[in-house]
Design a protein around this ligand. Structure first.
Ligand code: C5P
Length: 309
């Protein structure tokens, strides 16, 4: 089960929802509906947003933490839309205050908005004691955004079609990462549009990276580091060229793999182990090429209820 129902009628539910990194991001041609076919490997990582839903007289969303001012509130917020969609599905009014404490970088290519939407689905389902199965929650998630299904599932998975068609992958090892946070925020549609502009008309359909899947099966961080790929990277770098220096600094400091996370503007560096990740984070902060560097690990499970009152 993706969520657990509380035993009593709760007043508020708090959920912790992870961000993600794409270990492969292969992007096909622009489709008629404005989306792109993807072949991607998602991994949920230990940078979390905490989200509390509390019974209220109307739907409100408040966000705190770094760059919270950049996050839309009310019905424009993906978590608010998730609460409204679930409420409509089960026939209740979406009367909740949603309070989000952000640690997943905003505009950072780590699915922070999708994590909040997935977290809101799990929290509201628990609060309203919604009797929905995992398949139905995943279907609601897919309607909210391409990454929301994975944000709900957590762990590690191959994503195809828009990213919402998921094949869970077995977890054979833990990866340690450093995420270098940028001063710049990047919007996902802008990066996809820039990629379309940069590419010619002969874009092949995306294919799964067998090299990456083999490396993940073996669990060797050096092989995993070598197999990291991101086809959105040239477009993200064109829009936020400062990330070039960040990637170079991580490579110089000995990262096993250095990529833009999703559509950016966070850079992701793979480390050998936790101690190596802490060294890399210190070197990246000292390099002056990023706003901050955070250690995190993955895969971690999807949104989990951490408090019920
Ligand atoms: O699905 P979501 O609303 O999160 O997607 C945001 C934007 O990202 C889309 O409007 C589209 O521009 C781009 N996108 C895409 N192909 C995908 C996923 C997202 O072009 N597979």
């Amino acid at each position: 089960m993706l969520f657990q129902q509380p035993l009593t009628r709760a007043h508020s539910v708090t959920v912790r929802a992870p961000g993600k990194v794409n270990l492969q991001l292969s992007i096909g041609p622009l489709r008629d509906d404005g989306y792109h076919h993807l072949a991607t490997v998602f991994q949920a990582v230990s940078l979390f947003d905490d989200l509390t839903v509390t019974r209220s007289d109307r739907l409100r969303v408040r966000t705190s933490g770094e760059n919270a001012a950049e996050v839309p509130d009310g019905q424009d917020n993906l978590a608010g839309r998730a609460a409204a969609l679930l409420a409509a599905r089960i026939g209740v009014e979406p009367l909740v205050d949603i309070s989000i404490r952000k640690r997943i970088p905003v505009g950072g290519g780590m699915a922070g908005g999708s994590a909040d939407a997935a977290g809101a689905l799990v929290a509201c389902a628990a609060l309203w004691q919604a009797d929905l199965g995992d398949a139905e929650l995943l279907a609601l998630a897919a309607r909210l955004g391409s990454d929301v299904s994975f944000s709900l599932l957590g762990g590690m998975a191959i994503g195809e079609r828009r990213g919402e068609a998921l094949t869970p992958l077995p977890v054979r090892s833990t990866q340690h990462w450093v995420f270098a946070l940028a001063d710049t925020l990047l919007s996902t549609p802008r990066v996809f549009a820039e990629l379309d502009r940069m590419r010619d008309d002969t874009v092949p359909e995306p294919v799964r990276s067998e090299a990456l899947l083999r490396a993940l099966d073996g669990g060797d961080p050096v092989a995993i580091g070598r197999a990291l790929t991101n086809e959105a990277q040239p477009a993200a770098l064109a829009l936020a060229p400062g990330m070039g220096a960040t990637l170079a600094a991580g490579q110089t400091a000995g990262a096993l793999g250095s990529i833009v996370s999703g559509t950016g503007a966070t850079c992701a560096f793979l480390a050998r182990d936790e101690a190596h990740a802490r060294q890399l984070a210190a070197a990246l902060e000292a390099s002056g090429t990023c706003r901050a560097a955070r250690h995190a690990y993955g895969p971690v499970p999807g949104p989990a209820v951490i408090a019920v009152e």
